[in-house]
Design a protein around this ligand. Structure first.
Ligand code: SF4
Length: 366
């Protein structure tokens, strides 16, 4: 059982972050923000996959202005990611951004920070103070050295300095991220940060890599922190379609029993007993369950002899043999069918269970 660290609650539009709110999943678009249709379509796809909050890059005024039309076409809160230019931060808020991500230290001086903070207060927009190993101020690097797992002082001091800068202007609607591309430095840095402040923390490993390396690095770093109760919102950064980031995020949260969304897929690794194309079957079932929301355990197993027993915990499962297949529920055979009928029958039954789950959730809400 994980005990969450106590943090303050802030609100990004309708989504609370911190306190007792669920750990929020974030992602970032990779479309040109000025292309409203493409950006809104990607945000809506992310939202359909369960993403709670989406960030967009705002590199120029046209991108800041596009936020109004994007907001009209989406339902999740939108965060504007700003580097260096205070005017862009203010324009993004004027055009409806529900959050901004800045590194106050690179906005061009305290007077500009003060203007951004005043605008954030006016629009009631929380600020994420985002520092990473590559953006640490020179004086902190000279005093404390480049961050390592044994020495994260420069990273921590950079985050706290930027937080204090905003606090000096009377604003506390903040969350903080402190990222490194190194897993152990990320873990050490966030541990210290969580002891130093009660602002909500946004977790992430920066430049984590492609699907496999990025998933492993993010899952190790964020998994350890989340298991220690640290982290109120997160992004899994992958050099991939952002939809994959959301899927990995939910698998990570599910593995730690922090949050569940949709079915959990269990599949065997195959062995010499496998007589069907299990990889293809597992891929088709994976696609099927991605659109579902009921938290079922779904198994795809390679043989009819051991499959049902090995996946006894599954609510429903499928196992293929030599020309025949079975569908089982909680380890018991439910139907035995010819191999070509296996997937259609399984799909129909799974959809029925999803529909029942949807009805149950609806009546539980009433
Ligand atoms: S379920 Fe069957 S095919 Fe899959 S690993 Fe176990 S024994 Fe092998």
């Amino acid at each position: 059982m994980i005990t969450r660290r106590v943090t303050r609650t802030i609100r990004l539009g309708r989504v609370p972050v911190g306190g007792e709110s669920p750990v929020a999943v974030q992602s970032m678009t990779n479309t040109d923000t000025r292309d409203v249709a493409a950006t809104a379509a990607q945000i809506n796809a992310l939202a359909a996959a369960g993403c709670d909050i989406v960030r967009v890059a705002v590199p120029d005024m046209a991108a800041a202005r596009a936020i109004t039309a994007i907001r009209d076409a989406i339902t999740v809160p939108l965060i504007a990611d700003i580097h260096f230019d205070a005017r862009l931060a203010m324009a993004a808020m004027e055009h409806g951004a529900e959050g901004i991500r800045i590194n106050p230290g690179n906005l061009g001086g305290e007077e500009k920070v003060a203007r951004v903070v005043a605008a954030a207060r006016h629009h009631r927009v929380p600020i994420r103070v985002g520092v990473n190993s590559g953006s640490i101020e020179k004086d902190l690097l000279a005093a404390h050295g480049y961050p390592t797992p044994e020495n994260t002082t420069a990273l921590l001091e950079s985050a706290l300095r930027n937080v204090r800068l905003i606090e000096r202007h009377g604003y506390q609607e903040l969350k903080i991220s402190l990222k490194s591309s190194d897993v152990l430095t990320t873990i050490a840095g966030y541990r210290r940060l969580s002891r130093a402040t009660d602002y909500p923390l946004h977790l992430g490993v920066t430049e984590a890599g492609g699907l496999i390396a990025g998933t492993v690095k993010s899952s190790v770093a964020l998994g350890i922190l989340l298991a220690e109760g640290i982290g109120d919102t997160l992004r899994i950064s992958l050099t991939r379609d952002p939809l994959e980031e959301v899927r990995v995020a939910f698998e990570l949260l599910r593995a730690l029993r922090i949050r569940e969304r949709g079915p959990e897929l269990i599949s065997c690794p195959t062995c010499g007993r496998t007589r069907i194309d299990l990889f293809g079957l597992a891929e088709q079932v994976e696609k099927l369950v991605q659109a579902m929301e009921t938290p079922l355990k779904v198994a795809v197993m390679g043989c009819v002899v051991n499959g049902p027993g090995e996946a006894r915990q599954a609510d429903i499962g499928i196992a293929g043999g030599n020309g025949v297949g079975i569908i089982f529920k909680k380890g018991e055979i439910w139907k035995k069918v010819a191999e070509e009928e296996l997937l259609p029958l399984f799909t129909a039954e799974l959809k029925k269970m999803e529909e029942e789950g949807r009805k149950n959730r609806k009546s539980a809400k009433r």
